[in-house]
Structure formats: structure tokens, C-alpha cells
Design a protein around this ligand. Structure first.
Ligand SMILES: [Zn+2]
Length: 51
């Protein structure tokens, strides 16, 4: 079992919880692979436009 701290109310909530059960804070989903892919595509598009 591993918990994480809610940035809104600073309470320990379940790591798998998508929203804080205490204050209703919505945790951002961490799809790092998707974010990296998006950045690579953006950088490639900029490079293609510049050159
Ligand atoms: Zn909270």
C-alpha cells in the first residue's frame, strides 16, 4: 500500500485514487510516454518549419 499527499488538502490518499476523497481534488494523470511523444512531435514540426 502506498499513499500520496493531496496537494490541495495535504491529506494522505490512496495512490490509485483519481480524485481526492476528502476535498475532491483531481489528480493529473501521469502518462509520461505520451507527453514525451507529444513534445518530440512538436519539436520535429518546429524544426521542419524552420529549415
Ligand atoms: Zn484533498
Amino acid at each position: 500500500m502506498s499513499n500520496r499527499e493531496c496537494p490541495s488538502c495535504a491529506m494522505e490518499v490512496d495512490k490509485s485514487a483519481e480524485t481526492c476523497p476528502i476535498c475532491g481534488y483531481e489528480f493529473p494523470k501521469q502518462n509520461k510516454g505520451v507527453i514525451i511523444m507529444a513534445w518530440v512531435m512538436i519539436i520535429l514540426a518546429i524544426l521542419w518549419l524552420v529549415f
